[in-house]
Design a protein. Structure first.
Ligand code: PSU
Ligand code: MN
Length: 304
């Protein structure tokens, strides 16, 4: 049988040596950001990780092969080909059998990272519970997946296109540890404070590493979620954010968008309606999460 899972030599060697490695997802490249910004941001994220002394492991599926540590050529292909699918965990076996390419979501990326021994992962926004989920059952596969993957995931919370209080309830039910970075205000991705709170704030990468080490020592298999707010000076103005969000939700409803198309539809709508401002915030949020993830990976690797 041909290989279905591949770890790049650079990532494999760093993991084996206990050096810091940071996993990065590829749905943000294939479905989260418009071309050509997607590739620029994907490559910039890798540079940020390297500058902070860690090895980047961008994860995705290339012609069926789930790959941890995509090459620049792989990233170019994934970023340019509209046939690339959005791949969560359940899609991985099908992509293999059909030799398709995919941008991996948080769930699939975390799964593959963990399988490769990579313990820290940075994304922009985590999937969550959609508005109207009481009726549609639309909850991202990210949440149950993270309940069984002992990694550290850095995000800026979930986007306000989702139902934030219901998402926080599900994180509690699933037993996920949630830490606010420097705050107990749960961030709302485009805005620093969603208006909802978490129980604990941490103030350094070392403190996150201590929590993750304790999780491991206790034999828990759940993810530690670090919620890292965008600096207030870089957030989307709160009034503009509320106004555009209401319009985006109404448009999705009017066009009957549902399922895995919902997130890309809403994000694209918000990008167009804010004249690209939301995109700049999105990129700023991601940069911040990538830098924090690299520091956490370094702190975790220094413990062992
Ligand atoms: N949130 C964003 N942008 C994204 C995603 C989430 O702000 O592109 C992507 C992530 O890869 C996440 C996935 O894992 O969407 C969740 O999709 P779904 O809700 O269909 O599970
Ligand atoms: Mn969904």
């Amino acid at each position: 049988m041909p290989e279905s899972f591949r770890v790049s030599p650079e990532v494999a060697e760093a993991v084996a040596a206990g050096r810091p490695v940071l996993a990065l997802e590829s749905t943000i490249i294939t479905h989260g950001l418009p071309r050509p910004r997607n590739l620029e941001v994907g490559l910039e994220a890798e540079r940020i990780v390297r500058e902070l002394g860690a090895v980047p492991a961008t994860i995705g599926v290339v012609d069926g092969v789930a790959t941890v540590g995509l090459s620049e050529a792989d990233l170019q292909r994934l970023s340019a080909d509209p046939a690339v699918v959005k791949a969560s965990v359940r899609d991985l076996p099908v992509l293999f059998a059909k030799e398709l390419s995919g941008g991996t979501t948080v769930a699939a990326t975390a799964y593959l990272a963990q399988r490769a021994g990579v313990r820290v992962f940075s994304t922009g926004g985590l999937g969550g519970v959609h508005r109207e989920a009481q009726r549609t059952f639309d909850e991202s596969a990210d949440l149950p997946a993270l309940a069984e993957l002992p990694i550290v995931l850095v995000s800026a919370g979930v986007k306000s296109i989702l139902d934030i209080p219901l998402t926080l309830e599900r994180l509690e039910t699933l037993g996920l540890t949630v830490l606010g970075y420097g705050t107990t205000d749960y961030p709302g991705f485009y805005i620093a404070d969603s208006g909802y709170d978490v129980d604990y704030a941490v103030s350094s990468p070392e403190e996150v590493a201590a929590v993750a080490a304790a999780r491991d020592a206790l034999g828990l298999r759940t993810a530690v979620l670090v919620a890292n707010p965008v600096p207030e000076s870089e957030q989307l103005p709160v009034g503009l954010h509320a106004e555009i969000l209401a319009k985006a939700l109404a448009a999705a409803e009017a066009e009957g968008v549902s399922g895995h198309d919902t997130t890309p539809f809403l994000l694209d709508y918000i990008q167009r309606e804010t004249g690209g401002r939301s995109l700049d915030v999105n990129v700023a949020v991601y940069r911040g999460n990538v830098a924090l993830g690299a520091r956490i990976a370094a702190a975790l690797s220094a413990r062992c």
